[in-house]
Write a protein that binds this ligand. Sequence first.
Ligand code: ADP
Length: 244
Amino acid sequence: MQKMEKILEVKNISKKYQSKEGEIQALNNVNFRVKSGEFISIIGPSGCGKSTLLKIIANVLEPSFGDAYINEQNYKESEALVSEMVSLVHQDTFIFNDTIENNIRLYQDYSATEFDNAISIATLKEKLKERIQSDCSEGGGSLSGGEKQRIAIARAILRNSPVLLLDEITSALDQFTAKTIVGNIFAMKEKTIVFVTHKMETDFLKRADCIICMNQGMIIEFGTWRELIKEKGYFYKLYVAEQE
Ligand code: ADP
């Protein structure tokens, strides 16, 4: 697919949370656009607002100010479209008391080929071959963190929505598995991907069409890997710090 039309846009997004200690400004006037088929990475330290931003794009959280758009339509008027087009994979995967297969299918009617493809991409096919029909306990006590993460990835692939929002998906995976899964996801050229990380994941960041650097609720820099390294700004400092 050609990287042409704008699929996502956030305009002047701010988010404040109320906490016991007072107001927390998690996002402060964030703006960016994503074209169809692009791979965007958002990087920044813990607490800088990455998850909050991704939740707003996934429409599971409302901004305090500003608007999000999908295919040029405001989220406020297109809830069904957003839910059809966007899938969020985050770190807390909900597992319920049923088979692993049903935990992935979520009782929807997908073909065996579609299911097979999703579990292959999530590298679950070999790993859970014998266990795919076995029951999970509520909360997934019998599964490792990495297995739960892969179930969440397989669910999102099976939904087949054009936009995938990936929030720190590599955190529960070993390096080899993370590389394989992210490679499989990137190979789906038609997908638009927003990949959030707090780590300098060089392999993945080098492949991004745009890296968005955040700090304290704001976008402070953006560009490709080469551009940001050349610029010797915030991203470069993060990179150098990680090398040392
Ligand atoms: P990141 O994903 O970059 O680690 P978050 O979006 O999770 O950042 O958090 C941004 C800021 O908002 C942090 O200061 C965090 O403590 C705060 N925050 C996040 N969620 C809530 C919430 N539900 N209630 C109050 N404060 C929150």
